[in-house]
Design a protein around this ligand. Structure first.
Ligand SMILES: [Zn+2]
Length: 372
């Protein structure tokens, strides 16, 4: 019993020292001892263990109060890495992040999607090539998350419903035969929410607006999850299923058909070209965008009525929402609001680029940090 208690104290000191260093730039032994109320020998023995495991490094020297310079320690953020992949119809984006969620590499490869062995092998080869070309050791990689436009089972191993990419039933085993680390699938909207939460840790509904729209609900720092993976799929809420616009899901009038980028942009337009035309005052584009903002405000208001927590606009569109557009949305929300609204519940996310790939990599890092 006594041995067990001693071990858990040791583990806790070890863990506390690591996480203190994680939250600081660099610290000396003395600073750690003072901050955590530990003896110097305890700090020394735990620092030695962390050094042996490559989790921290000696990092120059710091001035100490008594004038002598002290050795500084800092975490080695690249001790472990994680891979995130976003798959699209014609290409895939591969991100490598470290223990501080810093993006070390982002690479996009042209690779038409298919739910077959040939595709899995080609995608995995690209992942291994990215690791190799950048000198990242495979045994340092904790795992790879694949962000998919579809619903995922609770274990992250099967796509339960993947209509956009036609990948229902796809399993991680298709990929794991080609990679020496674990693979998990994630719903793409959950990845955007994970990336946004890592950048700004507040609960909320993340409304991810890309080619398609997706939503995820974060409560107490956790993405709402059920066994069938349908949580927060508000994009398919419809209040006009008979006469509304046709959705890819088979029904009509879904939020997806009014608020996604595929509903906003013409076939020949990109987000850049659309916003250039908007800034130039192209009448048709200005009118189309005003109508789009009307629908978007309706969708946001409905989400707000359903769960009264902050709403974060994430995904590719978020980069283009400047203060003026945000104000236009807020004005519309104020107009349609039934109840008095004292608090501002709408904000714009900060991870517009590659949020799905980054967010797909973060859970492996989170798991590792909980373990240390
Ligand atoms: Zn739908």
């Amino acid at each position: 019993m006594r041995t067990k208690t001693m071990q858990s104290i040791q583990r806790s000191n070890y863990s506390n020292i690591y996480h203190l260093l994680m939250d600081s730039e660099k610290l000396s032994k003395q600073m750690i001892a003072e901050e955590l109320g530990l003896s110097l020998p305890t700090v020394t023995s735990n620092l030695n263990k962390l050094l042996d495991q490559g989790l921290i490094s000696k990092d120059g020297q710091l001035e100490s109060k008594i004038g002598r310079r002290a050795t500084a320690y800092s975490v080695n953020p690249n001790a472990f890495l994680s891979v995130g992949i976003e798959v699209f119809k014609n290409y895939a984006t591969i991100a490598v992040i470290n223990l501080k969620n810093e993006v070390l590499t982002i690479r996009t490869v042209n690779l038409p999607f298919a739910n077959d062995d040939h595709y899995a092998s080609a995608l995995c080869n690209n992942v291994l090539r990215v690791l190799q070309n950048n000198g990242y050791q495979e045994d340092r990689v904790l795992g790879a998350g694949i962000g998919i436009q579809g619903l995922i089972d609770s274990t992250g191993s099967t796509v339960l419903w993947g209509k956009i990419l036609d990948c229902s039933g796809m399993k991680t085993s298709l990929f794991s035969q080609y990679l020496p680390f674990p693979i998990r699938f994630y719903h793409d909207a959950d990845c955007v929410a994970t990336a946004e939460y890592a950048a700004n840790s507040t609960d909320g509904i993340v409304l991810s607006i890309g080619e398609h729209i997706g939503t995820a609900v974060i409560i107490d720092g956790q993405i709402l999850k059920s066994t069938m993976g349908r949580d927060g799929t508000m994009e398919h809420i419809s209040i006009n299923p008979r006469n509304g616009r046709q959705c890819y899901c088979g029904r009509r009038g879904c939020i997806e058909t009014y608020c996604s980028l595929s509903s906003l942009l013409a076939q020949t337009e990109t987000l850049d070209s659309f916003f250039v035309s908007l800034k130039q005052g192209d009448e048709k584009v200005v009118k189309r965008f005003a109508e789009y903002l009307d629908y978007l405000a309706d969708a946001i208001y409905n989400l707000h009525m359903f769960i009264d927590i902050p709403i974060v606009i994430g995904g590719r569109l978020s980069k283009y929402i400047d203060q003026q557009i945000l104000q236009e949305l807020r004005n519309r929300l104020n107009k349609i609001s039934v109840f008095p609204e004292d608090e501002d519940y709408l904000r714009v996310g900060t991870v517009a680029d590659n949020a799905v790939a980054i967010g797909a990599a973060i859970p492996f890092i989170d798991d590792k940090l909980k373990e240390i």
